[in-house]
Write a protein that binds this ligand. Structure first.
Ligand code: ZN
Ligand code: ZN
Ligand code: ZN
Length: 376
C-alpha cells in the first residue's frame, strides 16, 4: 500500500537539504557536495538537516537534488527507495531463496517472537494516532501486530518478501536502513528487532543516526538485539544448544534452520557500554533496558518444540510421496497449518516463556530490549 500519509513522509535516501542549523547548512555546491558532506552533516547535534522531498510523477518519485527516479507504483504495493549506487552491498536477507527457506507464515506472533513483540508494546507504547516505523520489517508480521494498537504503521526493509496481508494494509517501503528514505521527524515511534546484529559497527551507527532523524526530537526507538557478552544463566542455554546440535546429528532435530538464521550475524556490539557509546555518537541515549536470559525459551522452543516438529516431519515423510521425473524423491517441506489446539498450546507456552523476562530481566546478559530517546 502506498498512501498519501506515506508519500508525505518519503524523501531521497541520499540527499540532505541545503538548509540545516548554522553548523550543518550546506554552501552553494550541488549534489556532489551533498554526497561528500553527508556523514558530517547528518551527525550534527541539531539532528541534522531534513532529507530532500521527492516530486511525484505517474509511476515514480524523483529527487530534484541527485536526479534519481525511484519506482513507486500501486501494482507492487510498495515504493522502492533503495539508494541506487549501493544496491550490491546488501545482506543475505535480500536473497530470495533464503527467505523462501525460512518460510514465514501469516498469523499472530507466538513463542519468543511474541515475548519480543509484547516487550516492544510495553516499552514503546505505540498507541492510536501515533505514526510508527518498523525498521527491517521483514514479511511484516510484527508491523501487523503493532497496528492492532491503533497506530499507523509503515515498514521498511531491503527485500520485498512481504505477506499479502501486509501489502494490503501497511505502508511498505524498500530501503536501506543506513540511508532511510524519510523526512525528519516523520514518525513518533520506531522499532527494530533482530536486525542490528546483522550489521557491521559502522552500519549499526548509521542505522541509529538515521533513526534519530526520522523520529525527531520527541520520538522513541525500541531495539532488540544482543551484545557479545553473557550471564552465568546463559551457560544453561549453551548446554541446551549443545544438546540440540547433538540431537541434530542424530537426525532428531532440524538444526539447519536455526544455523541458517544466524549465519548472517556480524555481532558488532561488543558490550552494553559499547552500545551506549554508539547511541551517544548518534545523539541517542538508552533510557530503559531489560535483558533476555532465555531459560524457558531454551527448553521449550529450542529443544522441545523442535523435537516435536521433527517427529511430525518424519511421520509425514513416511507417507508415500510422488517421484519426480529424474527419480529423486520430492521434498516434503510444506508447512503444516496451525490448528486451534496448537495455537492454544502455543499461547500457554508463550506465557511460560515470558517468565524469562519477568524473573531474569534484570540480570545482565547479551540479548536485550532497549528504549532509546534523543539526548537533550
Ligand atoms: Zn543530493
Ligand atoms: Zn545542525
Ligand atoms: Zn537525491
Amino acid at each position: 500500500m502506498i498512501s498519501a500519509w506515506l508519500l508525505e513522509r518519503l524523501a531521497c535516501p541520499v540527499c540532505l537539504e541545503p538548509e540545516g542549523c548554522p553548523a550543518c547548512s550546506r554552501g552553494s555546491g550541488g549534489h556532489e557536495t551533498c554526497v561528500a558532506e553527508y556523514g558530517e552533516r547528518a551527525r550534527c547535534a541539531c539532528g541534522g538537516p531534513d532529507k530532500v522531498r521527492l516530486r511525484a510523477s505517474e509511476k515514480s518519485l524523483d529527487c530534484p537534488c541527485c536526479g534519481a527516479s525511484y519506482a513507486c507504483d500501486a501494482e507492487t504495493g510498495h515504493a522502492d527507495l533503495v539508494p541506487r549506487e549501493e544496491r550490491a552491498d546488501i545482506t543475505q536477507y535480500a536473497d530470495h531463496e533464503f527467505h523462501e527457506r525460512l518460510g514465514v507464515k501469516d498469523g499472530p506472533p507466538v513463542l519468543s517472537a511474541r515475548v519480543k513483540a509484547d516487550m516492544m508494546r510495553r516499552m514503546l507504547e505505540p498507541s492510536a494516532g501515533e505514526d510508527v516505523l518498523d525498521l527491517g520489517c521483514g514479511a511484516g508480521k510484527l508491523a501487523l501486530f503493532a497496528q492492532r494498537s491503533g497506530a499507523r504503521v509503515a515498514g521498511v526493509d531491503v527485500a520485498p518478501f512481504f505477506l499479502p496481508r501486509a501489502v494490503a494494509s501497511l505502508d511498505l517501503v524498500l530501503g536501506d536502513l543506513r540511508r532511510l528514505p524519510f523526512r525528519k521527524g516523520s514518525f513518533s515511534r520506531a522499532y527494530t528487532l533482530d536486525v542490528l546484529e546483522h550489521l557491521e559497527e559502522d552500519g549499526v551507527a548509521s542505522v541509529l543516526l538515521e533513526a534519530r532523524r526520522t523520529i525527531g526530537a520527541q520520538g522513541r526507538l525500541f531495539v532488540y538485539t544482543h551484545a557479545m557478552e553473557s550471564s552465568r544463566l546463559a551457560r544453561f542455554q549453551r548446554w541446551v544448544n549443545a544438546l540440540a546440535r547433538r540431537l541434530g546429528r542424530w537426525g532428531l532435530i532440524d538444526h539447519e534452520r536455526e544455523a541458517m538464521r544466524k549465519s548472517d550475524h556480524r555481532n558488532a556490539i561488543r558490550s552494553h557500554e559499547h552500545f551506549d557509546s554508539l547511541c551517544e555518537r548518534a545523539g541517542l541515549m538508552v533510557s530503559q533496558r531489560r535483558y533476555y536470559n532465555v531459560v524457558a525459551k531454551a527448553v521449550i522452543e529450542d529443544l522441545g518444540l523442535r523435537l516435536v516438529e521433527q517427529l511430525r516431519r518424519r511421520r509425514q515423510e513416511a507417507k508415500p510421496v510422488a517421484h519426480e521425473a529424474h527419480g529423486e524423491v520430492e521434498s516434503h517441506a510444506a508447512p503444516v497449518p496451525i490448528g486451534r489446539g496448537a495455537l492454544a498450546l502455543a499461547t500457554l507456552l508463550t506465557w511460560l516463556m515470558k517468565l524469562d523476562v519477568v524473573l531474569f530481566g534484570g540480570i545482565r546478559t547479551g540479548p536485550f530490549f532497549g528504549l532509546l530517546e534523543p539526548r537533550r
